[in-house]
Design a protein around this ligand. Sequence first.
Ligand code: NAD
Length: 292
Amino acid sequence: LPEQEAFDIEYWLLEEAKLQRMPKPKSLAGRVALVTGGAGGIGSATAERYLSEGACVMLADINPDSLTATEGVLTQQFGEDAVCTVLMDVTDENAVAQALAETSVEFGGIDILVSNAGIASSAPVEETSLDLWNKNMDILSTGYFLVSRETFKIMRVQDMGGSIVFVASKNGLAASPNASAYCTAKASEIHLARCLALEGSEAGIRVNVVNPDAVLRGSKIWEGDWLDQRASTYGTDKEGLEEMYRNRSMLKRSVLPEDIAEACYFFAAEASAKSTGNILNVDAGNVQAFTR
Ligand code: NAD
C-alpha cells in the first residue's frame, strides 16, 4: 500500500476503537420509575438496577423505617436527586392517588411502574379466615389494581407510552400447599396484567409480569410467619427450604432478588419494546419441572 493510504486505514481503526471505549449512554436515562414495596428485597434490588441505568426512582412502601434505610443506601450510591420515597399503603385509594401525584410532581411524570408491594400467607383452607382471605385480596389483587389505575391516568396524559411490570409469583400459575388465598390473589394479578396490556396497547402502555420462584435471601417475607408456616408444611428450616427449592428446579440454582430485578429491567427497557401481556418466570426452571 502507498504510505498515505496505510496511514488512513490505521487512523480509521483508531477512531473505531475509540468509539468502542467511550461510555455508552445509560438505557433508562431520563426515565422515571415508581417501585411499590420499594423498601423490600425485590423492590430495592429493582430500584438499584434501574438507578444503575440512569432512571430516577420513587420508592413507595408502607414501612417508614425500611424506606429510610433503603433510601440511605441508594442515595449514597446514586445521589440525592435520583431517589425519593413516599409512604403509601397500596390498599388506600387516596394514598395511592396522592403518592402517584407526588411522584409526577417530583420527577415530572412516570414512565415505569413496578407493582411489587406484597405479603405472603399460608394456612389450610379450613383455617383461612375471611380476614386472611381479604387481606391477600386487598394488598395483592386490589393493591395492584389501584396503583395501575392511577399510573394509567398519568401515562395517558403524558402520551408517551410506558411500561408496567407486575411482580406476581409462580404461585399465581401453580398451586402451592396451604396457600389458597395467596395463590388466588397472585393469579388475579397475572390476569389483571393481561387485561391492562390489552387496554393500554393503543396508548403504547405495555404491561408484563415477572413471576419469581421462592427468593429466600434478602426478602422480609421469609423472616416472619410465612417462613414458620412453610417450614412446618415441609418439615425443614430456612436453609432446608432454600435447598429444597433449588433441588426442585431444572437448573439447580437459587433465585435471588437481583435475578428478579434483571427481569424487571428487561420489561422496562427498549429490548422488550414488542412484549406486552407476557409472563416471565424467573424460577430456574421450577414451574415446568415435575420434580416434586
Ligand atoms: P419483602 O417483604 O422483602 O418486600 C415487600 C415490601 O412490600 C415490604 O417492604 C413491605 O413493607 C411492602 N408492603 C407490604 N404491604 C404493603 C402495602 N399494603 N402497601 C405498601 N407496601 C407494602 O418481600 P419480597 O420478597 O421483596 O416481595 C416482593 C413481591 O414479590 C411481593 O409481591 C411477593 O408476593 C412477591 N414474591 C416474592 C417471593 C419470595 O419468595 N420472596 C416469591 C414470589 C413472589
